[in-house]
Design a protein. Structure first.
Length: 375
């Protein structure tokens, strides 16, 4: 075979048999992908074991609770409370102007006001409504909206799914002032801002905690409000705010967490067809550095204890599988039981979905907030 003939043969062979020459590259690419997937699986299994399987032992070592008395208990968890503050790492925004009050036209029927408090680089904002027929200072409830919602929805505006059941209005009827803070509402915006917050060594919940902390100081100066009787009731991401902030805000005397409380390690880490796992969603804003070192929900509850706490959870709510809520609640309840104050914690495990339960919430507040001074 001449050189020219061999060259033609090679060209025709390559054209007619490209698979033979392409196959090694395909095999290598697949091998690299398999190697990467295997490493990713190894890492995920490592974190699953660390965060979920090893959590109980780690938590037991890092909490040194004393149940001899309430005072002893509070002292024994103080270092953990400071560690929790470091997880949220709220910035120290100071008030830089007077509280501004403006009548809020969309809620003129309840004489609501839009509040704005300057805090240097940003404002704290909320809707405030006070029963118009109050003849003495009334208790205040911080009613925190969830993801995709607004303060207005607490009062029934734009509540297409009726998840809130106008509980802000029901609180007003029951004789409570209502403070409905405005927080960043969309998943996309929270994701974006949380990335920046992490770069600055803070968190969006920490920023929003500082906003409500400063705003609460100003609101409690209102003589129509009983500054010693403050509760908080949040739905969904507002439930997260209630869980996150109550440990750091001693002025909150009673807390109601609706549609958030969960078997936290499973909720964050373990995909399961019975509930939505945050790891499987696009909601990266819900992940915080160090959270599952030793702050699952039942441990965070011990930073709310001995204050009264009501958990509201729906069996039809896909955020959780309700038997796991019972499991986490049982561990939470143990703190109160060992202190002899079991009556201060309750679980409203209802047949509904992702929503507040007005009746049980108002009854709980009536018992533990209105009657606070007589306890």
């Amino acid at each position: 075979m001449t050189g020219k003939t061999f060259s033609l043969f090679f060209v025709f062979f390559f054209i007619l048999n490209p698979v033979i020459f392409a196959q090694p590259a395909v095999d290598l690419a697949q091998s690299l992908e398999n190697r990467n997937n295997q490493y990713a699986d190894t890492l995920e299994q490592y974190f699953r074991d660390l965060l979920v399987d090893q959590y109980p032992q780690r938590s037991e070592k890092l909490w040194r609770r004393s149940y001899e008395s309430i005072d002893d208990f509070l002292q024994s968890v103080e270092s953990n409370r400071q560690a929790w503050r470091r997880i949220l790492n709220p910035p120290d925004f100071q008030k830089t102007g007077d509280l501004q009050r403006t009548p809020y036209a969309p809620l003129h029927d309840i004489e609501a006001e839009w509040l704005t408090l300057p805090l240097g680089p940003m404002n704290a904002e909320a809707i405030l409504a006070i029963p118009h027929d109050a003849t003495s200072p009334v208790p205040l409830v911080i009613a925190q909206h969830g993801i995709g919602s607004t303060p207005e929805r607490v009062f029934g505006l734009l509540d297409d799914g009726d998840a809130y059941h106008q509980y802000g209005r029901e609180l007003l009827k029951a004789g409570y002032a209502v403070l409905a803070p405005f927080n960043l509402r969309s998943v996309e915006k929270r994701n974006r801002i949380e990335r920046l917050a992490r770069l600055a060594d803070t968190t969006l919940p920490g920023i929003e905690f500082t906003r409500i902390h400063r705003l609460l100081t100003e609101v409690l100066k209102d003589e129509r409000i009983d500054a010693e009787k403050v509760g908080m009731w949040g739905l969904s991401l507002g439930g997260m705010a209630t869980m996150f902030w109550t440990p750091l805000e001693p002025r909150i005397k009673v807390a109601i967490v609706a549609a958030w409380f969960n078997h936290r390690t499973n909720k964050m880490v373990i995909p399961d067809e019975r509930y939505s796992c945050f790891l499987e969603t696009t909601e990266e804003h819900a992940f915080f550095r160090g959270w599952l070192t030793y702050f699952s929900d039942y441990d965070v509850v011990s930073l709310i204890c001995p204050r009264p706490l009501l958990i509201q959870a729906g069996k039809q709510d896909r955020i959780a599988w309700w038997p796991q809520i019972i499991e986490e609640f049982t561990l939470s309840m143990a703190h109160y039981e060992r202190l002899g104050i079991l009556e201060r914690i309750d679980l409203d495990l209802h047949e509904g979905g992702h929503e507040v339960m007005v009746e049980s919430g108002v009854e709980f507040l009536d018992r533990w907030l209105k009657e606070l001074n007589s306890q």
